[in-house]
Ligand binder design. Structure first.
Ligand code: NDP
Length: 491
């Protein structure tokens, strides 16, 4: 491999200090598609030093919102122009079908524009307080923000963090997943092209336990934002205690999708498929538990299985592909192991359950869309995040039973309810302990609205104005309008 992709630290493309490299694999055929430099903790420290200097000494702290907005708008424009290249690269690196990569690039462009616009909008508050004082609050950048993102939406998750952090005036040290760094590297090429000052945006490549850990623990990183598994989130939270850095965590889920008998049947079936099988089920908010009212249980499963068997699994670059490979051999084995666990626990497999070994797909990490029925709430396949194309179906008797089953989870990221009774829909949503919910839909995500979870699904919110606020500190300013001594102590 003649080209080694580099990191971007302090305005320079650099190799790691120890010279190590990592091969990047196409999950559709197991072949090496790129070699990247493998960063170390020392590289992170260099990046943090640059980000700190850029913020405090080089003047980024004083940049005008309108200047930051202009840079982000320019990034959006270039990304939009290079959509084809980014989409194809994302598919080759992550495996997802091309139509999903295209959707992600469009969404990333829209997210950049949303936060570019938001940078210049009002952000403060004023308060009517006693003592002839005018009190107000301004929002200021936190400083150096560390970011660690996963492999399931490599570009989109990067933008969800980078856009609000930059819009709010922070400098950043960013780490993509070690297995899907390619679109992030290209994104930093765009950052360079639009002219971010040295040290404002830094990209460090490398493994979670080394590079990720240093970002989370470093004393000069003021905030860490993470998306990934709950176990890793817990470890990041512990590392972040070093300097009590601000944290936002977007973690796992085992989200319920509840279908009542009075729902529009075909719509509910269609969304149930989309809820679990889009992006190969590797979605934090996936509707991985389908809760069916008992009177439609058999009929719904029959139709769902019929539709699932028609899903076209294939290589992401093939335009007819509807579901691609999972991310890696290791992750594939984890999912297949969960399928074995489900069978041993006594759940009934009604669809899929195997790795695909056709001549065309045998070298990639392809798993059949899989459905389990006859589950019980205590089963591991019902409680644990599998993060693959595996659906666990649960049966419920009535509304109270549905709510009880839906909330019987350590997670609380998302949930959906399908019914034509709007009062019932609202009653159920009101009792659902989850941060993102849908009525008669599943999955649509909006840049304008906050994204994040209850319980062990995370801390804080991304997207929308709340997502922006996660990258700001709140400063109270009290202005005395009656300037005279306080006279607390006698003369
Ligand atoms: P991780 O949560 O471990 O990975 C996400 C990111 O965190 C990656 O950039 C990873 O780096 C980094 N990381 C890993 N360990 C550390 C650490 N100790 N300190 C700091 N950063 C770290 O996900 P996995 O790939 O291991 O997947 C495990 C499970 O997590 C999945 O099966 C799934 O259940 C869940 N998951 C949930 C996601 C979500 O969106 N909620 C996304 C991805 C996974 P690197 O990959 O470079 O090692």
């Amino acid at each position: 491999m003649d080209t080694i992709f580099k990191m971007y630290i302090d305005g320079q493309w650099t190799l790691s200090i120890n010279g190590e490299t990592r091969n990047i694999i196409n999950p559709a055929d197991g072949k090496i598609i790129a070699t990247v430099t493998e960063g170390t903790a020392e590289d992170v420290r260099e990046a943090v030093k640059a980000a700190k200097r850029a913020f405090y000494e080089d003047g980024w702290m004083e940049t005008l919102a309108v200047e930051r907005a202009k840079l982000l708008f320019e990034v959006a424009d270039i990304l939009e122009k290079r959509k084809k290249e980014f989409s194809e690269l994302e598919t080759i690196d992550n495996g997802k079908p091309l139509r999903e990569s295209e959707f992600d690039v469009n969404d990333a462009v829209a997210c950049l524009r949303y936060y570019a616009g938001l940078a210049t909008k009002p952000h403060g508050m004023t308060y009517d307080v006693p003592d002839n004082t005018q009190a107000m609050v301004v929002r200021e950048a936190i400083g150096v923000c560390g970011m660690i993102v996963p492999w399931n939406y490599p570009l989109l998750m990067s933008i969800w963090k980078l856009a609000p952090a930059i819009a709010a005036g922070n400098t950043v040290v960013f780490k993509p997943s070690e297995i899907t760094p390619l679109t992030a590297i290209k994104l930093f090429e765009i950052f360079e092209e639009v002219g971010f000052p040295k040290g404002v945006v830094n990209l460090v490549l490398g493994s979670g336990p080394v590079v990720g850990h240093e970002i989370a623990a470093n004393m000069d990183v003021d905030k860490v934002a993470f998306t990934g598994g709950t176990a890793t989130g817990r470890s990041i939270m512990q590392s972040a205690t070093s300097n009590i850095k601000k944290i936002s965590l977007e973690l796992g889920g085992k989200s319920p999708n509840i279908v009542f008998a009075d729902a529009d049947f075909e719509t509910a079936v269609d969304y149930a498929l989309f809820a679990i099988f889009c992006n190969q089920g590797q979605v934090c908010s996936a509707g991985s538990r389908l809760l069916l009212e008992q009177s439609i249980y058999d009929k719904f499963i029959e139709r769902l299985v019929e539709r699932t068997k028609k899903i076209k699994v294939g290589k992401g670059l093939d335009p007819s592909t509807e579901m691609g490979p999972v991310i890696s051999e290791q992750h594939m084995n984890k999912i297949l192991n969960y399928i074995e666990i489900g069978k041993k626990e006594g759940a009934k497999l009604v669809c899929g359950g195997n790795r695909i070994f056709t001549e065309e797909l045998k070298d990639g990490y392809f798993i059949e869309p899989t459905i389990f029925i006859d589950t019980t709430p205590d089963m591991r396949i019902v409680q644990e995040e599998i993060f693959g194309p595996v659906l666990a179906i649960q049966k419920f008797k009535d509304e109270a039973d549905a709510i009880h089953l839906a909330n019987d989870s350590i997670y609380g990221l998302a949930g959906g309810v399908f019914t034509n009774n709007s009062a019932k829909a609202h009653r159920v949503i009101k009792k659902l302990r989850a941060g993102i919910t849908w009525i008669n839909a599943y999955h649509p995500t909006y840049n304008e609205a906050p994204w994040g979870g209850y319980k062990q699904s995370g801390i804080g919110r991304e997207l929308g104005t709340l997502g922006y606020e996660e990258y700001t500190e709140v400063k109270q300013i009290n202005i005395n309008l009656d300037i005279k001594p306080v006279e607390w102590f006698s003369e």
